[in-house]
Design a protein around this ligand. Structure first.
Ligand code: PMP
Ligand code: GLN
Length: 384
């Protein structure tokens, strides 16, 4: 195995999911819903298969899907992306992220990640031969995380090629504020940095918050690759249809990498995702309302079980401090939790270059049926 990949041989999701399976634990680790997406979307995929949409789709993605992605970005955020040239369909957001790194980053270039970071980002940087610099999100006294803006400004310079922004943010559930977005945009403009935005949770914001894509800020459309996917918005994480939108020069660079990674993927799912983006946003709104209630249900349960619960403003996740229960290491706790009480969760420190700052935090997924959440809460009470 190359030195590029050696630090990344196993993923925490595979490890904890396997542990949960072996012990029969309730799995609030890996973030995936336990109910299906909109029926019309599922039917559209079945019909596509029955109607012979089973061969290679066009390299950039089915024109119908690219048009639907473009319309969605225009209607929701007022951003224009030409379906031909400024939209590329990928195998999930994961491929879009990795292909973006391979397309843009020269060996030795620096890429700024905000930590905790989603686990595929550092691997993608490393595969491209890049060097990552991390900027921390810090836990504030108000129980939410905020970006360390001084650290951001210090991390970015002439050596920086790209910055990755994920809002709403996995694993913390933070939605970046307009001030934070403005500061990130300024740093990108001042240093001629490309922003790669991971917007897979773009529809899952709570308490009336709205998603503001970084590409809508002044001077950012021309330097941003905006990435999203079907998985979270439409409860179909196994479909792996993603997309990246941006200026044609950047998108065609990503396409150059993507075409030799997978070439294309998911033919019959593509028209179904187009259907979903055009017709199922009402379904998504009900999903959002339901998830907000689940966030409250699990957050309250965690607090009653003795955890210090942090604010979750979006995503599938809520983080909790395990110290009030007498533990000091979230990773140790998560590795013993399945056997101890029959519950699986994910330690936050594994998403950090500096694990000390988040050593005490554990991430719980609330994208599960209420009875599953209630059983999880019942088991968590056994920790006291
Ligand atoms: N980014 C983030 C922040 C995620 O949480 C996930 C998946 N859960 C992904 C990317 C991957 O998305 P996809 O399944 O579309 O590849
Ligand atoms: N994105 C999901 C999570 O954060 C997991 C994806 C994966 O298993 N790689 O839980």
């Amino acid at each position: 195995l190359t030195s590029r990949l050696r630090p990344f041989t196993s993923t925490i999701f595979a490890e904890i999911t396997e542990l949960a399976r072996r012990t029969g634990a309730v799995n609030l680790g890996q973030g995936f819903p336990d109910t299906d997406g909109p029926e019309g979307m599922l039917r559209a995929a079945q019909e596509a298969i029955a109607n012979g949409v089973n061969q290679y789709p066009p390299g950039a993605g089915e024109p119908e899907l690219r048009a639907a992605i473009s319309e969605h970005r225009r209607n929701r955020y007022g951003i224009e992306h030409a379906p031909d040239g400024e939209v590329l369909v990928t195998v999930g957001a994961t491929e879009a992220l990795t292909a973006s790194m391979l397309a843009l980053v020269e060996p030795g270039d620096e890429v700024v990640l905000i930590e905790p970071y989603y686990d595929s980002y550092p691997v993608a940087v490393s595969m491209a031969g890049g060097v990552r610099r991390t900027v921390p999100l810090r836990q504030g006294p108000d129980h939410r995380f905020r970006l360390d803006l001084d650290a951001l400004r210090a991390a970015v310079g002439p050596q920086t090629r790209a910055l990755v922004l994920n809002s709403p943010h996995n694993p913390t559930g933070t939605v970046f504020t307009d001030d934070e977005l403005a500061a990130i945009a300024q740093v990108c403009r001042d240093n001629d940095v490309v922003a790669i935005t991971d917007e897979v949770y773009e529809h899952l914001l709570y308490d009336g918050r709205e998603h503001h894509p970084l590409a809508t800020l002044p001077g950012m459309a021309e330097r941003t690759l905006s990435i999203s996917s079907v998985g979270k918005s439409f409860s179909a994480t196994g479909w792996k249809i993603g997309w990246v939108c941006g200026p044609s020069e950047l998108v065609s660079a990503v396409r150059a990498a993507k075409q030799f990674m997978t070439f294309v993927g998911g033919a019959p799912f593509q028209p179904a995702v187009a259907h979903a983006l055009r017709n199922e946003l009402g379904w998504v709104e009900a999903l959002r309302t339901g998830l907000q209630r689940k966030r409250d249900r699990l957050s309250e349960g965690l607090a009653e079980a003795g955890f210090d619960v942090l604010a979750s403003e979006g995503t599938y996740f809520v983080c909790a401090d395990v110290r009030p229960l007498g533990f000091d290491d979230g990773a140790e706790l998560c590795r013993s939790l399945p056997e101890r009480i029959g519950l699986a969760a994910i330690p936050v420190q594994v998403f950090c270059d500096n694990p000390e700052a988040t050593k005490h935090l554990v991430r719980f997924a609330f994208c599960k049926r209420d009875e599953v959440l209630d059983e999880a809460i019942r088991r968590l009470h056994k920790l006291k």
